[in-house]
Design a binder for this molecule. Structure first.
Ligand code: SF4
Length: 248
C-alpha cells in the first residue's frame, strides 16, 4: 500500500455505540497488517471492552513487537495469538517464547502460538467472470458463512474482512473494479431499521461485488514465501502467483 491507513478511534467508538444497541458477538479480533504497529492499540481494545458488545478480545500478531507492549496491553487482551512464519521461526524458539509466556501468565492472558507454513491464495488480480464459479466461491466462503468474520471500517460493517483492503489493493495496481468499500457495505447509522438491515445483510445469498476478485476460502494452498520490498514493488512474485492460481 502506498499510504498507511490507520483506524480512527472516534469512528470506532461511534460504530461500537451503534452496534451495542443491536448486536452481541463472541469475539473481536484485532488483526493487521500488524496490529501492534498501532501505538494506540490499547485505546481500541479498551473501547471495545467498554462497549459490552464482545465476549472476548483477541489480538492476532506476528509477535515481533510483543516484548515492547505495556502491562496495560496484557491486562486488556483476553487472548494473544502469535502467527509464526518460517521467516521468524528462529525468533520464536520455545526458549525465546518463555518471557512472553511469563508476562501473559502474569496477566491471565491466553497466549497461543501457531506455526503457519502454508496459506491459501486469497484474492485474484483479475476478475472472475463466470457467475456460477462466483456463486460457488461465495457459498463456500468460510468468512461469509462459516465462522462469520465480519469487519468494522469507516462507519460501515462488511460481510467479510477483505473488502476494503481488496478495494485499495486493486486501486494500487490499477485494476478496474467497482468501489467495493461503498457498494458492499452496511452503513452503520442511527436509523430505526438498522437491526433488520443487519440481519438481511448478513444472511443475503448474493455474492458481494468484491467476490469477483476473491477466492474466498477455496483458493489453492501455497507454501509461505517471504517477499522482499523489491518483490512487492515490482509485483513480480504477486503476479506470478496470481497467474498460477488463475490457471489452477
Ligand atoms: S469477498 Fe471473498 S472473503 Fe469476502 S465474502 Fe466474497 S468470497 Fe468471501
Amino acid at each position: 500500500m502506498k499510504e498507511a491507513n490507520l483506524p480512527d478511534i472516534e469512528e470506532f467508538k461511534r460504530s461500537l455505540a451503534l452496534l451495542s444497541r443491536i448486536a452481541r458477538c463472541g469475539e473481536l479480533r484485532f488483526v493487521g497488517g500488524e496490529p501492534t504497529l498501532n501505538r494506540g492499540i490499547c485505546n481500541f481494545i479498551r473501547a471495545a471492552k467498554e462497549s459490552g458488545v464482545f465476549e472476548r478480545i483477541r489480538v492476532i500478531t506476528n509477535g515481533l513487537l510483543l516484548s515492547k507492549m505495556t502491562d496495560e496491553f496484557w491486562q486488556l487482551a483476553d487472548l494473544v495469538r502469535i502467527s509464526v512464519y518460517p521467516a521468524t521461526a528462529e525468533q520464536f524458539s520455545e526458549e525465546r517464547l518463555q518471557p512472553l509466556r511469563d508476562i501473559a501468565a502474569k496477566f491471565e492472558t491466553e497466549l497461543d502460538v501457531v506455526r503457519d507454513t502454508e496459506f491459501f491464495t486469497a484474492t485474484s488480480d483479475s476478475r472472475i467472470n463466470d457467475p456460477n464459479v462466483l456463486q460457488k466461491i461465495f457459498d463456500d466462503c468460510g468468512e461469509a458463512h462459516g465462522w462469520s468474520c465480519h469487519l468494522l471500517y469507516r462507519d460501515r460493517l462488511f460481510r467479510c474482512s477483505r473488502v476494503p483492503t481488496l478495494d485499495r489493493y486493486l486501486t494500487n495496481i490499477e485494476v478496474n473494479h467497482e468501489n467495493f468499500t461503498d457498494e458492499d457495505c452496511l452503513l452503520l447509522n442511527d436509523r430505526p431499521t438498522l437491526l433488520n438491515d443487519l440481519k438481511n445483510y448478513l444472511s443475503s445469498p448474493k455474492p458481494l461485488k468484491a467476490c469477483s476478485f476473491c477466492y474466498g476460502t477455496s483458493g489453492p494452498m501455497l507454501e509461505h514465501v517471504q517477499l522482499t520490498v523489491q518483490d512487492i514493488r515490482s509485483k513480480v512474485v504477486i503476479k506470478s502467483h496470481a497467474d498460477e492460481t488463475n490457471s489452477t
